[in-house]
Design a protein around this ligand. Structure first.
Ligand SMILES: [Zn+2]
Length: 318
C-alpha cells in the first residue's frame, strides 16, 4: 500500500483575528482608537480599489471556493459469477455477480442518481463548480472481457456511463479474458469513457524512474492513438502510489487520477488522489446504499471483508 502522507491541521492565519487584536491594543486612548479606525478605513478603501481594478468581486460578495467535492466513485473489477479463479473470499472482493450489478444500477436509477465520466469530475475539481445533483461515478478496472459483454450493455440499457481503466498490454486484436481493441473502440464510440491503467499493471512505486515514465506516458499515447482524443485520467494499479508517482503522473499529462483509498470526499487540491469505494460480492442493497452516502464510504464496510454479513457486523459492533 502506498505511504500515507500527513497533513497539518492548522488552517490559514486569519486576517480578521490580527486586526481585532490590533484594535484592542490601540484602544487605550481616544487618539489611538481614531487612529486605528482611520487606518482600517484606509485599508478598506485600498482593498476595494484594488479589487475593482482587478475585476474581482467585492470581498463581501465573494464566495469562498469549496475545498472538496463529495461524490461517490464506485470501484468494480469483475462482474461475473464465482467460478474457476474466482471462488475464495479474497477473489470475491473483486467481483460482483451480474444479477446484483443490475440491481445496483436499478437502485441508482430509482434513487435519481446521475452517472458521470472522468471529464465531468475533472472539470468540477478544477473549477469548484457543482456536479449534477446526486452524481455518482462507476469505474471498472483491468479491461476484463465481461466488462464489455455484461457491464457495457447493462449501462447502455439504462442510459448510464461507465469509466473503464484498461492496461493497454492486455488489450489485443481478439477478445480473450480481456477486451479487444474493437470492444474498447465500440464502447468509447457509444459514450463510455475508457482511460489508462498503465501498460503492464505494475506496482508503480517499485519501478525505476524510466520505467515509471514509460508506463504512464506510453499507455496514454497508445490509448489516444486508438481513441482519437486526449486521455487524461489514470487509475493507479493496485492503488499503489507515493508523492513520486503523483509527480510523474502529472508530468505525463494526466489531469485526474484514481486511488483505492475509500471515501466520498474529493479534495480539490488533490485531483491525482481521487478516492474510490469498492463494491464487493457480498454487498446487500443496504450496504450499497451506505457506500453511496456515508462520507467515509462506510470504510467499504470494514475494509473490503466480503465474508462479513450485516448480521455479523451488527454483532461485532455491540
Ligand atoms: Zn488493476
Amino acid at each position: 500500500m502506498h505511504e500515507l502522507r500527513g497533513r497539518t491541521s492548522s488552517g490559514p492565519v486569519s486576517f480578521c483575528v490580527s486586526l481585532n487584536q490590533g484594535l484592542d491594543r490601540g484602544a487605550g486612548t481616544r487618539y489611538g482608537r481614531w487612529l486605528v479606525i482611520g487606518v482600517i478605513a484606509s485599508i478598506s478603501v485600498l482593498v476595494h480599489a484594488a479589487a475593482t481594478l482587478l475585476g474581482a468581486e467585492s470581498p463581501s460578495r465573494a464566495k469562498a471556493p469549496p475545498e472538496s467535492i463529495v461524490v461517490p466513485v464506485l470501484m468494480y473489477h469483475h462482474v461475473r459469477e464465482p467460478g474457476p479463479g474466482l471462488s475464495d473470499a479474497a477473489s470475491l472482493r473483486y467481483a460482483v455477480s451480474p444479477i446484483e450489478f443490475e440491481k445496483q444500477l436499478d437502485y441508482l436509477k430509482q434513487h435519481g442518481y446521475t452517472t458521470i465520466d472522468s471529464r465531468v469530475l475533472d472539470h468540477a475539481m478544477r473549477t469548484g463548480e457543482p456536479l449534477p445533483a446526486k452524481s455518482v461515478m462507476l469505474t471498472f478496472d483491468d479491461g476484463w472481457e465481461t466488462q464489455f459483454s455484461i457491464v457495457y450493455p447493462s449501462l447502455k440499457a439504462r442510459g448510464m456511463v461507465g469509466v473503464f481503466f484498461v492496461h493497454t498490454g492486455v488489450i489485443g486484436d481478439e477478445p480473450g479474458s480481456a477486451m479487444s481493441w474493437a470492444d474498447v473502440c465500440q464502447m468509447e464510440d457509444d459514450g463510455m469513457d475508457v482511460e489508462s491503467h498503465t501498460i503492464s499493471h505494475p506496482s508503480l512505486p517499485r519501478l525505476e524512474p524510466d520505467a515509471l515514465a514509460r508506463e504512464l506516458a506510453d499507455s496514454r499515447s497508445i490509448l489516444e492513438a486508438k481513441l482519437g482524443r486526449p486521455v487524461t485520467a489514470l487509475a493507479y494499479p493496485f492503488g499503489d502510489f507515493t508523492d513520486r508517482e503523483i509527480d510523474a503522473t502529472r508530468r505525463a499529462g494526466y489531469r485526474i487520477a484514481f486511488s483505492t483509498e475509500v471515501g466520498l470526499v474529493q479534495r480539490l487540491d488533490e485531483p491525482l488522489e481521487i478516492h474510490r469505494t469498492i463494491v464487493t460480492f457480498s454487498d446487500t442493497t443496504d450496504d450499497f446504499a451506505i457506500k453511496l452516502t456515508e462520507r467515509d464510504g462506510g470504510r467499504a464496510l470494514l475494509d473490503y471483508r466480503p465474508s462479513i454479513t450485516p448480521a455479523v457486523r451488527a454483532a461485532s459492533a455491540q
